[in-house]
Write a protein that binds this ligand. Structure first.
Ligand code: ATP
Length: 640
């Protein structure tokens, strides 16, 4: 994919529509892939709901019924399906949240050619406790105007209708603008992308000013080797494309050139874009290494390094590659570059690994590290493997509102399983499409685009779609197969309930998921969700589990709302309550903490947080990998 900027307004790939930010456009076109809800809102009729009409839907004929089951008994095979099924339209799939939150809003209306992030209800995050630890932590801001971001960028933020910074942005932006390294953890859908993009874009613009250059004047290009100033790494191609689109939007008319490099797409095109010069390179690790080895990219001028989904980037699958990129490919060392690590989950051992890449960093936690947002109503259903498909049909039938299917994202364990379920759903009359790592990139992009637009309102996915993807209006995440790792569960369900909206997540819990019981109970309790009594019983009798993909063990106090800066591990940091954190920021830190190193500052302002029963959430102990029911034999797939 190509970078684009206001000066050239060119794209190297003719298949892609010219990037014109919505605020410059008079139209509200159907969105191109990866575009942010702020600028390319799906229109009512095509995107949010699929007009569910079984008589017009053509089931695809490929594949069998998978799993050797065939369709559910009460469900006619496609050839028998002449009449639309009589759906229970009266059932509301999104019951009002028990905290009286508004129901899921599935449409974002354009306003004067600009779609506001008006539906983004970030008030919902206001009561989340925040903790920032490190030396001389810069204070948070309340509004974007208070930040020291470049004025042109602030104008773009306004154009994006980002009215107020989200909590992670309030804290992270001043820390990053002050040039500090940062390890930040905040809940899914809470605006982390902007939290690292804004300081990087602004930093590049200010660097130009400082060197006497006109900031909006793009430079570079004409060389065989690209020397980006900033590198943003993410684990999947789709996420890299999404970050590229977001950053391009934020950098509109700033002259900051942004390019993306990811596998599965022709490298030649990506290299040609780089030849024109690049300030910010968004990349997946594999393709980046390829480009570096071909001597087409050099990291020696990197000033800003950001890792999105940083814990995933540093776990067993990627660690070697990331170390190679960051430590052995000419990149300036920590201290000479600024490093920003972001994720919704950050297990202790990964924090330790990550600290190798950082210098005198600030650790920021908005909410407990690895917690899920209360905006997502979580349901856990006890289902044996043989019954899953029937139960899925029940759920999907209930997802029909006014004759339209709400967007549902179904997670399965394996690529084969994804294909089989997609095929079976289609044959059963449900418009479904699968995305996983064995599909060619074009198929992956097509699947995502079709799902985003609501043309295929059911997407069956492996974990390749579990992290970072910001797909507007996903109403229901269904864990058809639960993941092994509680952190993966947090990321998966985080595809709904984003930007302050509410969402629904249902998980099928079968006997092989026993090792996850404790982790799930802890998470549900913490997010004030109903815990089924049978799950509670399992969790009491089962081996402690919810292992991390890297096999880390979780210490007891940490996981009792204590997931935080591993540097404070010697003593648990006592959580104090501050209900009015804005008015007397300077009084925080020091007093009121027990056994807290002096440099540790806590900004906790939710009284209920600290009063919770700290014995309720022990995810500690062995990882349960050798637990009952052949759990160890399940091979996770999806990442590539
Ligand atoms: N200040 C803001 N005002 C309004 N909307 C915002 C703001 N910041 C971010 N958003 C919107 O919130 C949505 C979620 O943001 P983003 O994708 O950055 O979340 P995230 O924290 O990175 O999630 P994940 O953990 O799943 O990667 C996006 O659609 C984004 O445009």
């Amino acid at each position: 994919m190509a970078w684009s900027d206001s000066t050239t307004q060119k794209q190297s790939r003719p298949s892609q529509p010219l990037y014109v930010p919505q605020f410059r456009s008079n139209t509200t076109n159907i969105p191109p892939p990866y575009n942010n809800r702020a600028h390319f809102p799906p229109s009512d009729d095509v995107s949010s709901h699929y007009a569910f009409n079984r008589s017009t839907h053509r089931p695809r004929g490929r594949g069998g019924y998978g799993y050797g089951h065939g369709p559910p008994r009460h469900f006619p095979r496609p050839e028998q399906q002449q009449q639309p099924r009589n759906f229970n339209y009266n059932h509301d799939p999104h019951p009002p949240h028990r905290n009286n939150r508004p129901p899921i809003e599935t449409h974002t209306e354009p306003q004067n050619g600009v779609v506001a992030n008006a539906n983004a209800n970030f008030e919902a995050y206001e009561s989340i406790p925040v903790e920032a630890t490190g030396e001389n932590v810069p204070p948070p801001v309340n509004v974007f105007a208070e930040t020291e971001l470049h004025e042109d960028l602030k104008n773009n933020i306004e154009r994006c209708k980002y009215v107020k910074p989200t909590p992670v942005q309030r804290y992270a932006i001043p820390i990053a603008v002050a040039g500090r390294d940062l390890m930040a953890c905040a809940q899914t859908g809470s605006g982390k992308t902007a939290a690292f993009c804004f300081p990087i874009i602004s930093g590049i613009m200010k660097d130009r000013l400082a060197s006497g250059l006109v900031p909006s004047m793009p430079r570079g290009g004409g060389s065989d080797v690209a020397y980006p100033t900033a590198l943003i790494l993410s684990p999947t191609r789709e996420l890299s494309c999404q970050i590229h689109a977001e950053a391009t939007k934020f950098a509109y008319q700033t002259g900051v050139k942004i390019a993306v490099a990811y596998g599965g797409a022709p490298i030649g095109q990506q290299l040609r874009v780089l030849e024109r010069g690049v300030d910010i390179l968004v990349a997946t690790p594999g393709r980046l290494v390829d480009m570096i080895e071909r001597e087409r990219v050099s990291l020696k001028k990197i000033k800003y390094l950001a890792l999105d989904e940083a814990d995933r980037m540093l776990d067993m699958g990627f660690e070697h590659q990331i170390r190679n990129i960051v430590q052995q490919m000419n990149m300036p060392p920590p201290g000479d570059r600024q490093t920003l690590l972001f994720s919704a989950t950050f297990p202790d051992n990964i924090q330790k690994l990550a600290s190798d890449f950082l210098s005198n960093y600030v650790f920021l936690a908005v909410g407990r590290v690895g917690s899920s947002t209360e905006l997502i109503v979580q349901k856990i259903e006890s289902v044996q493997d043989m019954e899953k498909r029937n139960r899925l049909v029940d759920l999907l039938q209930r997802n029909v509102v006014n004759g339209k299917l709400a967007l549902s994202l179904i997670f399965v364990e394996t690529k084969k399983g994804a294909d089989a379920l997609e095929s079976w759903l289609c044959r059963s009359g449900f418009p479904a499409i699968a995305i996983h790592g064995d599909k060619v990139q074009m198929e992956r992009e097509r699947a995502l685009r079709s799902f985003k637009r609501g043309l295929t309102p059911i997407m069956v996915a492996t974990d390749v779609a579990s992290r970072g993807l910001d797909i507007p209006h996903v109403a229901h995440v269904i864990n058809f197969d639960l993941p092994r790792d509680i952190d993966d569960y947090v990321h998966r369900i985080g595809r709904t309930g984003r930007a302050g909206q509410s969402g629904l997540a249902t998980a099928f819990f079968s006997s092989k998921n026993m090792p996850l019981a404790k982790g799930l109970v802890g998470l549900l309790q913490e997010a004030k969700q109903e815990v089924p009594s049978w799950l509670l019983q399992y969790s009491e009798s089962s081996a402690p589990g919810g292992r991390s993909s890297h096999g880390s063990q979780r210490s007891p106090w940490r996981n009792n709302y204590g997931g935080r800066d591993f540097r404070t591990a010697a003593e648990p940091v006592m959580v104090e309550s501050y209900n009015n954190y804005n008015s007397s920021y300077s009084n925080y830190g020091g007093n009121g903490f027990h056994n807290v190193p002096e440099q540790v500052q806590n900004y906790n302002y939710n009284s209920s947080y600290s009063n919770r029963d700290h014995t309720a959430n022990n995810y500690t102990g062995s990882d349960g990998i050798n637990g009952p029911c052949g759990y160890a034999s399940v091979v996770p797939t999806g990442w590539d």
